[in-house]
Design a protein around this ligand. Sequence first.
Ligand SMILES: [Zn+2]
Length: 404
Amino acid sequence: MNTSIPLLDTFQSRVRLEGVLTTWTALHIGAGGSGDALGTDSPVVRTAAGDPYIPGSSLKGVLRSAAEALFRGGAGQASRRTLWSCDPIAGKNRACLTHERSEKLRTEEEERAKLAGRDPDSRKVAEAIWEESCTVCRLFGSLALASRVRFADLPLRGESPLLELRNGVGIDRDKELAARGVLYDFEAVPPETPFDLRVTMDNPTEAEVGLLIYLFQELNAGNLALGGKGSRGLGRVRVEWNTIEEVRLAKENPFAKLLSRRDLLAASAAAPATPQEDPLAGKIPTTGDAEAWRILAEILLALPKIDKGLLAEKAGDKALKKNVLNEKLGLGLDEKKWTKSWDVVLERFAATGLIVRKGEDYALPLPDPTEAAVESDDTAPSGALQRVIDVYVGAMAKLWEGAS
Ligand SMILES: [Zn+2]
């Protein structure tokens, strides 16, 4: 068995990406399934409870098409074995692996097994299918291969928005329709509606995670549109990652914990610190328990953004709840003001320079001018998250260079 081929029968690792996808322009994913139903009263997809949602399959479809276009037009095609994409939409003979070919690989293994007097090895067939599959089918799946990336349906984050009812007649092309008396209205999710985004990748290479993050970046940049009527500017979205987490199977010692959990954020946040240099030196308020302040500082630095609620949630996991803060941190508040504890904590950190005030909010200070461009963008991931993303995207970039 070739374990370097990451088929799904052997679980080796899983990468979970979680974030928020927010509509930038109105979004129409039609309940008819086509995503672009033309006709009066074209509603958006809704859950049983009546809330609009984004089907994971819609998102997957958009990203898959973008990946196909990328590898067909790019470096991949010249050296087919590294990065390339087939074109199954153009016809079944343009697929990297036709049904006939996968059947042939299966029959060949059956014949070999018969000659050798053994049972056919389905893993061997799967490996042969893998070898002949293109980069895109390997990740997103094909008739012969299971998809290794899963997009959960994206539920609404928070209150149900007031849906827009749009008049389909808005551009020149439609005037003709209007002239002929064909009017159509469609429903759309308004801009600035957030949805919870969860993506899971099984046994991905770092480059594949990088590819996926790159594709989301294209979505984020407005180069791809979700749902219908994209040519009219609908379906542009923003994506903000909150966590990227990898779970690996501990292979070396089966008696060790079955799953070793590697928190990439924590690992990469710790890595750049050299032993002789304490990044928190001088940034810890001097009242109360220094260790508790330090824990809070580390939590703050790892957050996707400086946010009281997020801080309180993470601090709660470390037994630093609102009711102990005053005493433990020496905040000097009377009991009536305990509800303000988190505000005071952020104020104190702002006073030490760990964070900086930005109007009503706080942000991380800009460490040096080269990072300023990234950090000044409100939707840019935190430094730690960005380093994780850089590792993955860097792996993809390296593979791309090798292929060209
Ligand atoms: Zn393919």
